[in-house]
Design a protein around this ligand. Structure first.
Ligand code: GLY
Ligand code: MN
Ligand code: MN
Length: 436
């Protein structure tokens, strides 16, 4: 669990980075309707959660410098007996101060009238315009109100700056409490993948394996997936973000599962590919071993000071060489890499940052240079080869062999730690597990 003191520390750090003339405004995620008056399960916006720990909708957080400390003002929902009977507990203003460390809290309904006076005399508003159009309008109205008060001696802000970059650089380096949650998320997801492999039988529907994943996630306290689980068999293994998960698994199929739980807001993201009947065919095996060798080489590059792009370069080299050996590419290795000839078979990046969001925030490039890795970063390494029957000229024996292998990697002081290493990925281990 992330302690309230850690949320407070983050707010302090952010305010120090923003400077004494700035003010930060963060808006809670809106409620999303699924049908009529039924909403999707509410999930707080990640930046808002990162800085407040507050999980309710209809909230606006304002951070401003105040002598040597930051001041944290929360606008949130009021306690409401009638609504709480129907929808559940609300913290209210008292709870915002008592349990979430707000210095002041006001009903959300008071926001539009109070905002101008809060903004007054701050040179720079740090706010991510465009993400929440209804709050954008409230902010613009407040600025107009301030402009109208200029003859009273009020100063209206000079600039609106997006704070996302600053917040996201903070989020990119995980604290020990965050790493503990990500380890837990990874462990639960490992168990879920093991369960799915052990339950898999030809004739099942993909959604029945999806159910086994969800069962294990929830059984262990991870109420949600970090993204829609991808359970694809046969031709669906070649659809990168397949999530219909509604086809019957055939005896000769491969099954690709890309699934990870979210545990206390932190994501995991694992992919394994295995044979539906428990035994890889010779052709499936040949492609699998290329992807596995690439993934191991990609992971091997990860250490502090290494370039973000090193994993991709290592993996492209091995997979291009492998595609030559399979007869699917012809030519010189260096030329094929240069011309990105592998692209019809491997068309995505090596992976992504992982954290509160599955595709977590933080830059990959700065000043046109790929950034270097630092301890505390968490990223995925996930090469794949997708031999879709729709690729022109591809011989039938390779049709529908789609393979991806994905693990979650923490950059440590001395190298890396694969958070998902307990999950088998060698052919022998997978076949052994499925035979049990
Ligand atoms: N599960 C989405 C991804 O691997 O990026
Ligand atoms: Mn994934
Ligand atoms: Mn991923």
């Amino acid at each position: 669990m992330i302690k309230m003191t850690e949320f407070a520390k983050r707010r302090k750090q952010l305010i120090q980075k923003i400077g004494s003339n700035g003010i930060v405004i963060l808006v809670a995620a809106p409620i999303a309707i699924r049908n009529n008056d039924c909403a999707y399960f509410y999930r707080q916006q990640s930046d808002f959660y990162y800085l407040t720990g507050f999980e309710e909708p209809d909230a606006v957080a304002i951070l401003l410098p105040h002598k040597k400390n930051e001041k944290f003002i929360l606008f949130n929902r009021t306690r409401d007996r009638e609504r709480e009977i129907w929808d559940g507990f609300r913290a209210g203003q008292e709870g915002a101060c008592k349990h979430f460390g707000a210095d002041e809290a006001y009903p959300i309904e008071a926001l539009a009238t109070r905002l101008p006076e809060i903004l007054e005399d701050h040179e720079c508003i740090h706010y991510a315009l465009g993400l929440n159009k209804s709050f954008d309008a409230v902010l613009m109205d407040s600025l107009n109100t301030l402009r109208g008060r200029v003859r009273r001696g009020s100063e209206s802000p000079l600039a609106i700056v997006d704070p996302s970059h600053t917040i996201h650089e903070m989020r990119l380096i995980k604290s020990s409490a965050e790493i503990a949650l990500m380890r837990k998320a990874a462990e639960i997801s490992v168990d879920a993948h093991i369960r799915a492999m052990q339950f898999c039988k030809p004739g099942m529907n993909e959604y029945q394996l999806d159910a086994e994943l969800s069962h294990e996630f929830q059984r262990q306290g991870a109420r949600f997936t970090a993204y829609h689980s991808i359970v694809g068999s046969g031709a669906n293994t070649c659809i990168l973000h397949y999530h219909n998960n509604n086809q019957v698994i055939q005896n000769q199929d491969l099954v690709l599962i890309d699934a990870g739980c979210e545990y206390q807001y932190y994501a995991s993201d694992i992919t394994r590919t295995f044979p539906a009947n428990g035994t890889f065919s010779a052709d499936q095996r040949a492609v699998y071993d290329i992807v596995l060798a690439a993934q191991e080489a990609g992971i091997h590059t990860i250490k502090p000071g290494a370039s973000w792009i090193a994993a991709q370069q290592a993996m492209v080299k091995i997979m291009t060489q492998g595609l030559i050996e399979l007869g699917l590419l012809k030519g010189k290795l260096a030329t094929l890499i240069e011309e990105r000839a592998y692209f019809p078979f491997y068309m995505h990046h090596s992976g992504h940052w992982l954290g509160l969001d599955v595709h977590d925030v933080g830059r990959y490039k700065a000043l046109d240079k790929w950034r270097t890795l630092e301890p505390g970063m968490v990223l995925t390494v996930e090469p794949g080869i997708y031999l879709s029957r729709d690729i022109p000229g591809i011989p039938k024996r390779w049709h529908n062999i789609g393979i991806r292998i994905e693990d979650d990697i923490l950059v440590t002081e001395t190298g890396h730690d694969v958070l998902t290493k307990r999950l088998p990925k060698k052919i022998k281990e997978i076949e052994g597990l499925m035979a049990q």
